[in-house]
Write a protein that binds this ligand. Structure first.
Ligand SMILES: *Cc1c(COP(=O)(O)O)cnc(C)c1O
Length: 407
């Protein structure tokens, strides 16, 4: 039997339609990269075809808010990575940002008046705020739980009977690793939808739909596109959620544009190369920081002291490209002095780029939280987070070491 194509091969080839010749005014040609179709509308050879395309009886394109060939090429490529066994009717939908994708996923899970949602207390700040303020205003009740404590999730689900449970495959900034298989057993039994934000994991590390998740969301602004040059989001889901996600995207209009889709698709082709290097670099950096006298503690799932070291071995194919660490010197001043002393690492509040990025979570991602909540989540003033890039690890380590020496 023919071997199914591997992840790396699918990453570079999926979504491209090379077999069909294009008959243009310049003859027959085969673009090896899907062009940017900067067209709002698509015409057909006759009005009957337009009628069938608009009626959904024939495959095709009509209006760019509904669908666009460049956007679809990116979606097909991602589908081949996130859900290679797509017989379950799983589809991917590209959005203009991770938050637009998150909103559509939550709305598709029928979070309406009277519904309860159970969310990880470690969630991305804007996702928590979206739930509490926007969905909260329409009568949705959000309750929070430590999603990396399976017993706590089980108890809360039994008590609240939530319509949906929202978790991240890997949390920020302590890099806790969710036991998606364990959580999905609980949500399946309770009839709740399990929504997993796989931005930190990417399909390279984990495919939550294969582990029992119902809906996967991504900020494609991060690892999927990988070059810090665009904003995009994706929802991957099967029935019964696909129709709702598609309708929400059509009606709310948060669709990805063709230029960004083209860039995101180009970035996606090197996901396995980038992630492989980023994971390798992160392991080396984490190990070296853990042995440094000016570092008090390092958070990275590869380290045996990490609370989810064992879970990571079960649910992730590698340990990821993020590392966070506490400086031995206490307080914000030391953290700022360290960050200001960096010469190579870029001080910027994002992640997943080819560059190594460094941030101070207490004043960026976790800025809006009270000091006591930050403390509970383990986000101290002396915590620094790195999103490790694809540079030579030794150059990044030299930069970190010279900045530590200056403390
Ligand atoms: C960045 C991010 C988002 C939001 O994505 P945008 O593309 O900025 O809208 C959601 N979840 C996680 C985990 C993120 O890191």
């Amino acid at each position: 039997m023919k071997q199914p194509r591997r992840f790396e091969t699918r990453a570079v080839h999926s979504g491209e339609h090379r077999a069909g010749a294009k008959e243009g005014r310049d003859g027959i040609f085969y673009p090896i990269s899907t062009p940017i179709y900067a067209s709002t509308t698509f015409s057909h050879p006759n009005i009957e075809t337009t009628d069938r395309v608009l009626g959904g009886e024939e495959q095709g394109y009509s209006y760019a808010r509904y669908d666009n060939p460049t956007v679809r090429a990116f979606e097909e490529a991602l589908l081949s990575l996130e859900a290679p066994k797509s017989e379950a009717g799983i589809r991917t939908f590209a959005f203009a940002s991770g938050m637009a994708a998150t909103h559509a996923a939550l709305a598709a899970a029928e979070l309406a008046d009277g519904a309860t949602v159970l969310a990880a207390e470690q969630l991305y700040g804007s996702t928590s705020t979206l739930l509490v303020q926007i969905f909260g205003a329409s009568g949705v009740e959000t309750s929070f739980v430590d999603a990396y404590d399976l017993g706590a999730v089980e108890k809360k689900v039994a008590g609240l009977e939530p319509r949906a449970v929202v978790v991240e495959s890997i949390s920020n900034p302590l890099l806790r690793v969710a036991d998606i298989q364990g959580i999905s057993k609980i949500t399946r039994a309770a009839g709740a939808a399990l929504i997993v934000d796989n931005t930190f994991g990417t399909p390279y590390l984990q495919r939550p739909l294969e582990l029992g998740a119902d809906i996967v969301i991504h900020s494609a602004t991060k690892y999927l596109s990988g070059h810090g040059d665009l904003t995009a989001g994706v929802v991957a889901a099967g029935p019964p959620y696909t129709a709702a996600v598609e309708q929400l995207r059509k009606l709310v209009g948060g669709v990805l544009g063709p230029f960004e889709a083209w860039l995101a698709h180009r970035g996606l082709k090197t996901l396995p190369l980038r992630m492989g290097r980023q994971c390798e670099n992160a392991r080396e950096i984490a190990s070296r920081l853990a042995a440094h006298p000016k570092v008090a503690k390092v958070n990275h799932p590869f380290l045996s002291a990490h609370p989810d070291h064992e879970t990571a071995g079960r649910v992730l194919s590698d340990t990821g490209g993020l590392v966070s660490f506490e400086l031995a010197a206490e307080g914000r001043e030391a953290a700022f002095a360290f960050l200001n002393a960096l010469e190579l690492c870029v001080k910027a509040p994002s992640l997943g780029d080819i560059y190594t990025l460094a941030i101070h979570p207490a004043t960026s991602s976790h800025r809006e939280l009270s000091p006591s909540r930050r403390k509970r989540l383990g986000v101290g003033e002396n915590l620094v987070r790195l999103s490790v890039g694809i540079e030579h690890a030794e150059d990044v380590i030299s930069d970190l070491e010279q900045a530590l020496e200056r403390l």
